[in-house]
Structures are given as structure tokens and as C-alpha cells.
Design a protein around this ligand. Structure first.
Ligand code: SAH
Ligand code: SF4
Length: 353
């Protein structure tokens, strides 16, 4: 099967369209008209591209149908945060969260359905891994929101929804181009953040890109043993190795640190974290643990978080306590979870019939 045009970086899609229009003896400007409808001025289906003659629209619909994500549900939080649940063509479901803040609209997008990494505090981790998303499904989360209402166009993108983006690098690589390219969504690379637990090959691949995409590293502990208790991936990509790659990254990185009472929130943890972050000039985001993602774990108190942030700051580390958004609709980081119908895929432990 041919790739969808929406699975291709804009330049590659353009080549296909140019060849396709040339084959049909269409004037050159048609390729530009068609191309614009993919990302810069998107249509939900070719029938909406009324600047094109009807037979051309039909031919496009036949040869290059535009895949869509169906909205399965949309919830709005008291703080204006909106959570979209998308149903994919094969029945899988993923979520995106749109977080307005003044003139900024940050969209938190998913890169996988579920996640294989099983961090103990994360609801997505409990879903297990379902599958990788395609470029069209990743960038499509932005596209669908613009199609619904162009005034919702996101100004910032964070890969902090479901999944580990750097374990789906081939698709994320293309999606980053679509997001950033002026022939795509034209969102500045500095406004696009990839969040990872520290998948080293993926970090190297991201570093190799010339654009200034931002990198956030989910650290969550300043000691390897504590981290291993929270994040099984520590066994494969250890704290030390991740920090070495963070140094190589060459641009300023952000450390994400979910604060869990009695686990990683002591003064001693802050001091260790400061010693890791300070030489890198890393910025630290302290996230309140959302208990929704973590039965059995308790969030650190507000006082503890402020004391922890204070210790980091007095050690010369830029640290901020991130506000929780969309808590009332379970839209916050680590709370994204889609209950799948059990009947479609029996669990591997289910007795054979
Ligand atoms: N897999 C990537 C990106 C998606 S998770 C990663 O882990 O970085 C996005 C962020 O949500 C991560 O920083 C993750 O640690 C955080 N998160 C997960 N569960 C959480 C919870 N229960 N409370 C607060 N943040 C959580
Ligand atoms: Fe996966 Fe990130 Fe959740 Fe860990 S925190 S289970 S890597 S989505």
C-alpha cells in the first residue's frame, strides 16, 4: 500500500504530488494548491478543497485519501484544559491535551498507544504497549485540532502524552519535520519539546538533527537505585549514561522530576539532583505526582516541594514547580489512560479456550 501523503515529510509529499499532477498533465500550480491542503491550510477531505475542479477532487480522494483521527470524546476542565480522546482506524485510542495559557496554547501529544516502559507512577505505563503511532497519527493530533477550530492552533508542542517518543523514532522523526517545516505547521523548533526517559539511541538521533528541538529528560531520581525502583528502563539506560548523553546534547535540557513523598523528595535528594543539574545548566521541572497514575504512592506536600525547589535554587539550579492543569478531567501528565475493550485482545495470561 502507498503511504498516505500525511505520513510523509512535506517535501516528500510534494514530490509525490508533483509527479502525480504531471502524469495527469495538470498545470504546475495545481501541485501547490494540493500541497497546501495537507498541512498549512488543511482540509478534512478533498471534497472540501473547493478551489480544485470536482474531477480532480474525486481523483485525489481515490488515490490519496486523507486519514483522519475520530474524536471519541472531548472533555473540558474548569481551567480551560481540554482532553481529546482519538479513535484510530484500527480501533486503538490515544489522547492529546490542549493547555491554554495566555496567548500560548500547548498541545501535549501521544507518540504511542500505551507504553512498554512501566514506570510505577504512570497510568499509561499500566496500559502496557499497544502499538507505535504513524507520522500521520502523531502530526494528525495537531491537524485535527486545527480542522475543528483554526483559532485553537497550538503554539507549542510537547511529546508528553502517551508513550515513549524515542522508542518510535522513525515516525517521530518525520512528525518533527511536519510540525516544524514552514510547509507543515511551521511551529518553531524551540517550541517543540520531546520528553524521554533517556533512550540513548533516540537521544543521539535527536541530537543529530540540525533544528533546535528541545529535550526534556524524565529523571525522577538523582540516584540509580531510587530510579530503578521507579523506572525499569534504568536497568538498560542508566542514570549515568543518560546524563552523559544529556551533556553531549549540547543544548540546554530540562529535567523532569515527579515528586513522590518519602521516595525522592528529601533534602539529600535535592542536593544530589543539584550536583547533577548544575554543571549541565539543566532546568528542573518539579511535577506534583498525580495519584491517579500511581496507586500506593503519595505526592510530596506543597511545603516539601517548595523546600526542595529552594535547595535547588540556592545551589544555582533553575527549578520551577509546575502547576497541575486539567486535574479534574484526568488530563494531567501520567494520568492518560485508555480502557480498551478486553474482548478485542485477550491478555497473554488468559487461559486458552
Ligand atoms: N515517556 C515519556 C513521555 C511521556 S510521559 C517520558 O516518560 O518522559 C510525560 C511526563 O509525565 C513524564 O515526565 C512522566 O514522568 C510524567 N508522569 C508520568 N506519570 C506521572 C504522574 N503520575 N504524575 C505526574 N507526572 C507523571
Ligand atoms: Fe512510559 Fe513515560 Fe509513562 Fe514511563 S512515564 S510509563 S516512559 S509514558
Amino acid at each position: 500500500m502507498t503511504d498516505s501523503l500525511l505520513d510523509l515529510a512535506p517535501a516528500a509529499a510534494r514530490e509525490k504530488i508533483v509527479a502525480w499532477t504531471a502524469e495527469r498533465g495538470l498545470p504546475g500550480y495545481r501541485a501547490d494548491q494540493i500541497n497546501r491542503r495537507l498541512w498549512t491550510s488543511p482540509v478534512g477531505s478533498w471534497s472540501e478543497a473547493t478551489e480544485l475542479p470536482a474531477p480532480l477532487r474525486d481523483a485525489l480522494e481515490a488515490d490519496w485519501p486523507l486519514p483522519r483521527l475520530a474524536v471519541a470524546s472531548l472533555e473540558t476542565s474548569a481551567d480551560g484544559t481540554r482532553k481529546f480522546l482519538w479513535r484510530l482506524a484500527d480501533g486503538e485510542a490515544i489522547e492529546s491535551v490542549l493547555i491554554p495559557s495566555g496567548a500560548r496554547r500547548t498541545l501535549c501529544i501521544s507518540s504511542q498507544a500505551g507504553c512498554a516502559l512501566g514506570c510505577v507512577f504512570c497510568a499509561t505505563g499500566r496500559m502496557g504497549f499497544r502499538r507505535n503511532l504513524t507520522p500521520a497519527e502523531i502530526a494528525g493530533q495537531v491537524r485535527e485540532i486545527i480542522l475543528r477550530d483554526p483559532t485553537d492552533r497550538p503554539t507549542n508542542i510537547v511529546f508528553m502524552g502517551m508513550g515513549e517518543p524515542l522508542l518510535n523514532w522513525p515516525a517521530v522523526d518525520v512528525a518533527l519535520t511536519i510540525l516544524n517545516d514552514p510547509a507543515g505547521f511551521g511551529i518553531g523548533a524551540r517550541h517543540i519539546t520531546v520528553s524521554t526517559v533517556g533512550i540513548l539511541p533516540g537521544m543521539e538521533a535527536l541530537r543529530a538533527r540540525p533544528e533546535q528541538f528541545r529535550l526534556a529528560i524524565s529523571l525522577h531520581a538523582a540516584r540509580s537505585d531510587t530510579r530503578l525502583g521507579l523506572m525499569p528502563i534504568e536497568k538498560k539506560y542508566s542514570l549515568g549514561a543518560v546524563l552523559t548523553e544529556a551533556k553531549r546534547f549540547g543544548r540546554r535540557v530540562t529535567f523532569e522530576y515527579v515528586m513522590i513523598a518519602g521516595t525522592n523528595d528529601r533534602d539529600e535528594d535535592a542536593d544530589r539532583l543539584a550536583r547533577l543539574a548544575q554543571p549541565l545548566g539543566a532546568h528542573v521541572n518539579l511535577l506534583p505526582l498525580h495519584p491517579g497514575g500511581a496507586p500506593g504512592l503519595a505526592p510530596s506536600s506543597g511545603n516539601r516541594m517548595r523546600a526542595f525547589a529552594g535547595r535547588l535554587q540556592s545551589a544555582g539550579v533553575e527549578a520551577v514547580i509546575r502547576r497541575s492543569r486539567g486535574l479534574d478531567i484526568n488530563a494531567a501528565c501520567g494520568q492518560l489512560y485508555v480502557e480498551m475493550e478486553k474482548k478485542r485482545r485477550p491478555s497473554p495470561t488468559a487461559p486458552a479456550r
